[in-house]
Write a protein that binds this ligand. Sequence first.
Ligand code: B3K
Ligand code: ZN
Length: 902
Amino acid sequence: MTSLREGAPAVVKREDYTAPAFVVDTVDLTFDLDPAKTRVLNKMRLRRNPGVAAQPLRLDGEELNLARVLVNGAGTSFKMDGQQLVLEKLPEGDEPFELEIFTTCNPSKNTQLMGLYVSQGTFFTQCEAEGFRRITYFLDRPDVMASYSVTLRADQTAYPVLLSNGNLVEQGPLEDGPNGPRHYAKWVDPHKKPCYLFALVAGSLVHREQKILSRSGTEHTLQVYVRAGDLDKTEHAMNSLMASIAWDEARFGLPLDLERFMIVATSDFNMGAMENKGLNIFNTKYVLASAATATDVDFGNVESVVGHEYFHNWTGNRVTCRDWFQLSLKEGLTVFRDQEFSMDMAGSPSARAVKRIEDVRVLRTAQFPEDAGPMAHPVRPDQYAEINNFYTVTIYEKGAEVVRMQQTLVGREGFAQGMKLYFERHDGQAVTCDDFAQAMADANPASDLARLLPQFKRWYSQAGTPRVQAQGVYDAAARSYTLTLSQSCPATPGQAVKEPFVIPVALGLLDAQGQELPLQLAHWTQPEQGSRTLVLTEASETFTFVNLDSEPVPSLLRGFSAPVVLEHAYSDAQLLTLLAHDTDPFNRWEAGQRLALRQALAAIQADGPVPTEVLNGAYLDAMRGVLRHTGLDAAFKELVLTLPSETYIAEQLDVVDPQRIHAVREAMRAQLANALHADWAQAFDAHQHNGAYRPDPVSSGRRALAGLALQMLCLAARHTGDPVWPGKALQRFKDAGNMTDRFNALNALVGSGHALAQNALERFHALFKNEELVLDKWFALQAGAPDHGGHILPVVKQLLQHPDFHLKNPNRARSVIFSYCNANPGAFHRADAAGYVFWSERVVEIDAFNPQVAARLARALDRWKKLAEPYRTAAREAIARVAAKADLSNDVREVVTRALAD
Ligand code: B3K
Ligand code: ZN
């Protein structure tokens, strides 16, 4: 992020890439750590890059005070060009030379949390994407990889722990300073790395340690550092790290390449975590977990984020990105890897499907809107004004789907071979998305991926969510079923026309009783059992299945085999068949979602007031059937019985009236609550006891279903006035032996707007007033609760005045402001525009000290153009008010400029 706050932000283009003019071989950093004035001595050994024409050295820097520049030990002339330090008089030729730069910076004033900053008295760094330039002048780009040694010097009492990347090679006392004893530690990283992977931590921390042996018998030390008092919440993170290490070795043959691997937690962090080589820095939210303070979802997130950052050690760190346009090379691939890890950890086919459904839900509720909005960009973008704005669901989650499709096209074993070739070719290099896909194809020369590679790569270059239309015609006389698949992709900013994609469509056919039918395409001699993946490459293609005695029910896009919108004119009866019988659990769930969605859309688009009966009897009976089913897992039932979100429903409409969507969905929830009352009660009773807390898929699924049941029972009580279930919810809230049950009970009371909720909220606050992460939940629950007559915004405003609310802490800001603006559409979109006014004020307020967080919040109105009046005009005015501010960061400027573009 740049602090340039005037004029139009400069746009960086992928096509302008040129290799660096200099190579940095070694970097030797010495820090004298002081919150107000940290001194940084940066001694580098550089050479001119042989293949590049001789030119001045331009080093990036930001908010640094420059004191001294020496070349080969002697003073030299230099000039500043904007934020860059330019050295023109450097030794000619290929010989290496020494460059010494001495700067100071002020970590205590660093509210952006990029570069070197202080959180609760401890120093942390965050360098990705362009934070290293806030620490010292450097060639701050990922394709400059160097060997680092780092000496940290600090007061011993305040900063007893001094950490950096690699191995600790020396430590000891220094002469006393004005604050008493001082000490130092020297770290050497054995691996070359780009500067975005540099890290240091200095402060008063405690740690959990674990020794492990890798498959080859090498010993490694694993450490998790936290504040004193949090050690009892680190066991799950350590277990997750050990499981990640074992998994990467077993599945991909990738071992830990470091003697020591450290994770450090901080409460002040802009995102989830950071994969710095050997020294991962984490938001506490993704490290700390105990039964008393974390929910099952939190436990799952810790496992997946610990895995994600660890997997970056190979996919990101050993092989990194040539430039930031290639970000998905490491992020899409690493998300794919963490998804696979979580699935393998989950074990049973049902638990794997639950994870897949959850991932697809994220993709469809967050990435599909992004792909259809003003910030739409390809998985490998062509340009950006601010790279931090491109850490998006498209780069991450759609990028992971693009990797997943490659696995689908080459098979699981072929994919492992492709990974092997990728590392053989590129270990130690900074490469491109093309290099990855090429390795995958070359390792599988006979695969569809190799055959279709140039076309497949359109997934990297074309933005937008493709739509696949499926039409089936059964010919009784010919006993054949002809399936026509057609694809199209809407225009996105800067891309009016799209070429056809390579779309793997996994499918099966069921008979009317739900039995899986053998598949036989017309040209096959033999039928096949089970699923088959068709590869759609043309705008439209026809596939004819033969030997079918009756019209089949197609189960299309099984497992969500491609990130597309699938349109097919299913009859209700066909969807009910799929919901009841499909062997593919994803499509079983999807059938239920489609049934609910079509009824929601009918009620939303109908004239007149919102009906109380939105859901038909067949759907309610089917849901009852799922709830009572003895063969389905609780976790899966919970997913099926959860209605599509308001955001997802909105995406299906051309014109969005958020209040009508909210009202219709609330009516559906109420109907589901009332109509299935006895079944919910039975489900709650059957799933409420789970023994000693363990966050495994089976017991967490049981807690999830019990939680949903309780929510439904309290919702029904709101309509009937029945005091029994709210009373039971309060009791459970009090008695619960773990945070999941406790929070679900609280949520049931708050979500149903019951009078007992207030009392429970107060107790909850009193119980957990010293637990930051639990307080975040407390804030988020209130800001994200279902709105009744506009009551949430005043609640939100009051929460901002709460003594525990701290705007500068990103987790806390997110817990209230994002929960309201980004995650509570029914409360945020108000006819009086007060939600938008609130949003615009907060964007500007936060932008003044933390542009990255502000720019995320600024995305809340991305889809304003779809809104019905009066929301549309009011939203545009709110965005225009933000855009009219003269001193916006590049980050927010880019978001609002794109939002207002035609
Ligand atoms: N690579 C980091 C994200 C850095 C974000 C910089 N704005 C975390 C991750 O994806 O693992
Ligand atoms: Zn990542």
